[in-house]
Design a protein around this ligand. Sequence first.
Ligand SMILES: [Zn+2]
Length: 326
Amino acid sequence: MKITKGTDKNYSKVKVLRNNNECLFKGIAIECSIKGKHKTENNHLIQQASYLERIAYKDNVMIFDFENRDYIKNGGKLVRRNLKKANTFRVLCGSHDKYLFDEIENGNKFDENNYKQLFQFALRAYIFYFSEQEIKSKFDNIFTKVKKIDDFYFHTAEKKRLEKYKRAVLEEKWDSVETKIIRIRSKVEFISCYAGIPHIGFILPFRIQTGMISLNIFPVEDDTIILLSYLKDDVGLSTAPRFCEKLVKLSQKNEKRFLKYINKLIIALDHNISINPMYWEQLTDREKKDFYEMAHIFPNCKSYKDYYIGHIKLKYKNSSINLFST
Ligand SMILES: [Zn+2]
């Protein structure tokens, strides 16, 4: 990846935009808090105390840190970051951060029967996704080489979707999000918190998927929890229910194949993944190479045709890395 003056300027602009962000939930349920000159705080994408510490080594985790200008300088590789600074973005004020995620913070244990928790996991992934899209909409070619994201789509569909989440918070309707829970009887050494529309068919038959999903993966004691969530009343015609149902069935019928699919999905799509540095260190060079090869497919796409080719590459990629085998 080349660094030009333009890229450097872009990264400065990202910083300015983040620093001047308004709290995304301003006016919802409670008053915003203001600390210092910023209207938002550095919010953790993944709860530090309750979750991130589980995969840390000496208070460090491996992340992409893609909003940092060094990301391009070091070839888009993972870097070690202190827990306190790993994947933090200015999205919410301190009060809303606490209010919206009270059930999954403060050392609260994961409880699959707690709808409020499940809602908060889905919301968390979504608002960080939303905030990133909002920043991308102000640029050409930032974080990816594809031209500016579709403004019309962003300003209509995504804003409507955010409104739906806000209404659910106001009305405390935690069951407005449907969550499928898959438990794996082994413990992973990474945490994933992703939201997006994965148009992927690299193992399942190729079919256009138009559903926005939130995907959370984290270790709980000796197991791993995979949460697949979506808004029941989503914007437009969503295929998310069918997509998630299909994955659940696959997980029951053929867990190995299911994990192979999820493994590729998160490596290729979740650039917010956090990995245990000790786990990363013991991977072979071949495994690391395969990881980067898949992680860089989409950020390097310049056109929709590239995307299409990227999906096919991913589908037939014989990946030596399997984040689920530890
Ligand atoms: Zn606020």
